[in-house]
Design a protein around this ligand. Structure first.
Ligand code: UTP
Length: 464
């Protein structure tokens, strides 16, 4: 054992991890100590200090304000405005100025699916995976705008190999391979509740992916930003792997963001139930960000404006537009840091039994950065309100709310609505199940133009 490493670990009260070396092979030991040298123990000590001091001190009450949202109604003026923005977004797509960026590095522990969440079968008739669904959307968009949209996918150490394999095995879902770029996010060690490093059951220092906020650094560190600049890409459409309803590279959103010369923009849906546990886009001590549901008081969650709607109604759906320049500007600064948030989670770790290998479950602290904290650095931003039933139904839990079942139901409802509004059918039975391939239609208008109802109409119906 290198004396220097041992001294460094001792200085930060982390020498206990060395006791596990006894159950390691020579190669494991080497990998373990090499890793230990690279860990920023000072940063971890500071993060732990923040945790203990926040636990021991009374939380200062922050001042929250709602934000102005852009939304559209059925007045002529509003419809014209919407049309203009949509056309502007379409121009950006046609000119190849937009890239799609999916963050898929999370652990998906609540869903409990073995493998990357993007491989999870989600569509109601064909059981297409989330990745396939997104790929078909991107393919259809590329066809519509006569371009090849570049698709960046952020993975993490845990799921990178499997994600890449899934794309290879599926022949990249018929997208040109050179337009798909998998970039890996960094990890950060978790700590036990006493602030000590944890050794994982595979005899490594236990780490977790550094949160979706790590995506900004991953874009920088992987060279993706430079590559985008070379390709003339100026805008990045950001979305998360768990929302099968995400309107990828929505021209309206792109147009609204570009028209305002915004640096980072967000899509929101209307919160109607005061008790919904959802983050709200708003101002926190004057700074734009996301107010976590636990931060608002009961009175604040129930406060209503003159229009009768909740004052804090702009529910964050984690869909953003990011100006490439903005991400470059932030990540190019030596001292730019998104804050770390921490969560207490169950962690399976190696029990120190000197010469035996046993595992145990402990409570540990996981540190993560969140993408929405970058909003506070944006000089200009647009918050666009969109209909929840058309754009948001996340797959988070195994069952109950925000589960595969609710997401499939949302997909069926959306496509049933398209069938109904196509004007080509008289009535659709209540229990009808329909799935429309993105390669057939990307939206209600395209669907209405192309759809010819089969006769007889049988459930389940797959429209391709
Ligand atoms: P969640 O906050 O739902 O976390 O991620 P998760 O890890 O996927 O799921 P749980 O909490 O363990 O059940 C929201 C989005 O952010 C991505 C996820 O892949 C998902 O698209 N994400 C999250 C990352 O890409 N990296 C991370 O480190 C965390």
């Amino acid at each position: 054992m290198n004396h220097e490493i041992s001294q460094k670990l001792t200085r930060f009260n982390q020498q206990h991890i060395l006791e596990h070396l006894a159950v390691m092979t020579e190669a494991e030991r080497r990998a373990f100590t090499d890793d230990a040298v690279r860990i920023d123990l000072e940063q971890l000590a500071a993060l732990y200090e923040t945790y203990t001091s926040s636990r021991n001190s009374k939380k200062e009450k922050k001042v929250f304000q709602e934000v102005d949202v852009l939304s559209f109604n059925h007045t002529e003026e509003s419809l014209q405005h919407k049309k203009r923005l949509y056309a502007l977004g379409e121009d950006c797509l046609r000119d190849g100025r937009v890239a799609v960026f999916l963050v898929a590095g999370g652990q998906g522990s609540r869903l409990g699916f073995q493998g990357p969440k993007g491989c999870f079968p989600i569509t109601p008739v064909k059981g297409k995976s989330l990745f396939q669904l997104f790929a078909e959307n991107i393919n259809a968009l590329s066809r519509r705008y006569g371009t090849h949209l570049h698709w960046y996918i952020m993975t993490s150490q845990e799921n990178h190999e499997e994600t890449c394999r899934f794309f290879r095995q599926n022949s990249f879902f018929n997208l040109p391979q050179k337009t798909i770029h998998c970039i890996m996010q960094k990890q950060i060690p978790s700590l036990d509740l006493e602030g000590r490093l944890i050794v994982s059951t595979d005899k490594k220092i236990f780490k977790n992916p550094n949160g979706h906020g790590g995506s900004l650094y991953a874009l920088h560190d992987s060279g993706a930003l430079q590559e985008m600049a070379r390709q003339g890409i100026e805008e990045i459409f950001y979305f998360q792997v768990d929302n099968p309803l995400a309107k990828i590279a929505d021209p309206l959103f792109i147009g609204a963001h570009v028209e305002q010369q915004a640096e980072m923009s967000t899509k929101v849906v209307k919160k109607v139930d005061p008790d919904e546990r959802v983050g709200i886009i708003g101002r926190i001590n004057s700074r734009l960000g996301c107010i976590e549901y636990s931060e608002l008081s009961r009175a604040e969650t129930r406060e209503r404006g003159k229009d009768g709607e909740l004052r804090f109604k702009s529910a964050n759906i984690a869909i953003h537009m990011l100006k490439r320049n903005f991400v470059e500007k932030l990540t190019g600064q030596q001292d730019f840091n998104l804050p770390y948030h921490l969560a207490v989670k169950d962690i399976e770790c190696l029990e120190n039994t000197k010469a035996d290998i046993k595992s145990k479950k402990i409570k540990g602290l996981k540190f993560e950065m969140f993408i929405f904290d970058a909003l506070g650095f944006a000089e200009r931003s647009v918050t666009l309100e969109v209909p929840r039933e058309e754009e948001f139904s996340p797959v988070k839990n195994k069952d109950g709310v925000d589960s595969p079942e609710t997401a499939r139901r949302a997909l069926i409802n959306l496509h049933t609505h398209w069938l109904n509004n196509s004007g080509k059918l008289t009535s659709i039975p209540e229990s009808f199940v329909v799935e429309v391939s993105p390669l057939f239609a990307l939206d209600e208008e395209e669907f209405a133009q192309k759809f010819n109802p089969p006769s007889p109409l049988k459930t389940p119906l797959y429209v391709e």
